[in-house]
Design a protein. Structure first.
Length: 335
């Protein structure tokens, strides 16, 4: 039995005889637990606490200020809880947010649940909201761990999307923050787009392959060498992607295709294929010597890296923390 199922069961046993006698209906939380561990596991202490805050203040804006989050995050917490409980919890009236009949029915149970969880020390570990960061895999891999460390009180989610899909999904509110070269163009005005710095890209290969190509190979030599190419899968089909190599995909010998930079580096290491990408993504392989930079004549590729944030969903202090963190990683050249 999961933590929340055990806690709900304990709350049910702690109900006063008066309450049980006056309300013979099955408890909503117990009903959720009876539908299976998957549903009860979706309960979130942060969402339950937010419900109580909104009930106390009657204002989503006031709760957002009190908790140091955005009003959108408060609304999402209430919506998630309503989805788990299959109940409408609040009605908006002239005096603000008021409990609906369903909200009133679960209020005593949620108060007991949060109180018991506080006793067990769960509140101190509860996250201060959620943050979804989207980036190409070559950028998510080196930057996300540092962002997670910099925001210990938030639940940070990372999703890998190639630049083309990232831009097309940006307006659908799938993610809150994006890291990518050239920024996210064509977004609503609520998105803030800030320059992070210059991202250096290079050609990478095994030491043995580098020796075969020579000290400074020409583009013609590189063209004939097997490459690991990028590929994406979306909507049941493969989607064209790019690694921004000076040689286009049609100008190279693509011997293998993968969807993540981590896998591309692994294939390049073990199969003597070339891979083109940010040097920061290959810091581990470059440090242990399994891959080396191959300096091609006439190639000197760098791109401006941007941080794009939905200003309505991401607090200014969180934006500043992410920006400072990513800039620091980029400057060091290693996570």
């Amino acid at each position: 039995m999961c933590f929340w199922a055990r806690l709900v069961a304990r709350c049910e046993t702690l109900q006063s005889p008066t309450l049980v006698a006056s309300d013979r209906r099955t408890s909503t939380l117990a009903a959720v637990a009876s539908r299976g561990a998957d549903r009860i596991a979706e309960l979130n202490l942060h969402d339950l606490s937010t419900f109580l805050h909104v009930h106390r203040t009657g204002s989503i804006t006031s709760v957002a200020r009190e908790l140091g989050v955005t009003p959108s995050q408060v609304s999402k917490a209430i919506s998630r809880l309503e989805g788990v409980l299959a109940l409408r919890l609040f009605a908006r009236g002239a005096r603000g947010m008021a409990l609906s009949p369903g909200g009133r029915s679960v209020l005593p149970q949620i108060e007991r649940l949060v109180s018991l969880a506080r006793t067990l020390g769960r509140v101190e570990k509860a996250p201060e909201g959620e943050l979804t960061v989207a980036a190409p895999s070559s950028l998510l891999m080196p930057f996300l761990p540092s962002v997670v460390r910099a925001l210990p009180r938030m639940r940070v989610r990372g999703i890998e999307l190639p630049p083309a899909l990232l831009r097309s999904y940006a307006a659908e509110e799938i993610f809150d923050v994006a890291i990518l070269p050239d920024g996210v163009s064509g977004l609503p005005s609520k998105w803030a787009n800030v320059r992070i710095g210059e991202l250096r890209k290079s050609l990478l290969g095994s030491p043995g392959l580098a020796r075969k190509l020579g000290r400074r190979p020409t583009p013609a030599q590189v063209r004939r060498t097997p490459f690991v190419g990028p590929v994406a899968y979306d909507g049941g089909k493969f989607v064209a992607s790019t690694d921004d190599c000076p040689l286009g995909l049609g100008e190279r010998t693509i011997a293998s295709e993968v969807g993540t930079m981590d896998l591309a580096l692994r294939v390049a290491t073990e199969c003597d294929h070339l891979v083109f990408g940010p040097t920061i993504a290959a810091h581990r392989e470059l440090e242990n010597g399994s891959l080396v930079e191959i300096h091609v004549r006439g190639w000197d590729v760098s791109e401006t890296l941007f941080l794009a944030c939905d200003a309505e969903r991401v607090l200014a202090r969180v934006q500043a923390t992410i920006l400072e963190t990513v800039r620091s990683v980029l400057a060091r050249g290693t996570p």
